[in-house]
Ligand binder design. Sequence first.
Ligand SMILES: [Zn+2]
Length: 112
Amino acid sequence: MIDDHVTQRLSPAHLAALRAELEQQRAFRADQLLQLARPEGGPFASADHEVAQALRAGARAAFFAVQRALWRIEEGTYGRCTECNAHIPLADLQAVPHADRCLPCRQAASPG
Ligand SMILES: [Zn+2]
């Protein structure tokens, strides 16, 4: 049996709101990837090759960050740090729904 006192699970309402936000972001990123994959006619048509590649890489990374968060919801591990398993504060998740690490781990990973 799951000990809710220890796990401090997100409330179903919070989880549903965050999932809806993530699904919206996933749709947005998927659309962005389609635009980027189509050099002629898209909003990035005039971007030079290197810029276009960087945009595509960034859009792919953003898409998968959102997709991984949705997978974590399915697995029941959403809202916990993937490094140290600490709980990510609800306020952080609401600011960045695909956040996968707690603040100390993020700061350790990217100094400055
Ligand atoms: Zn952590």
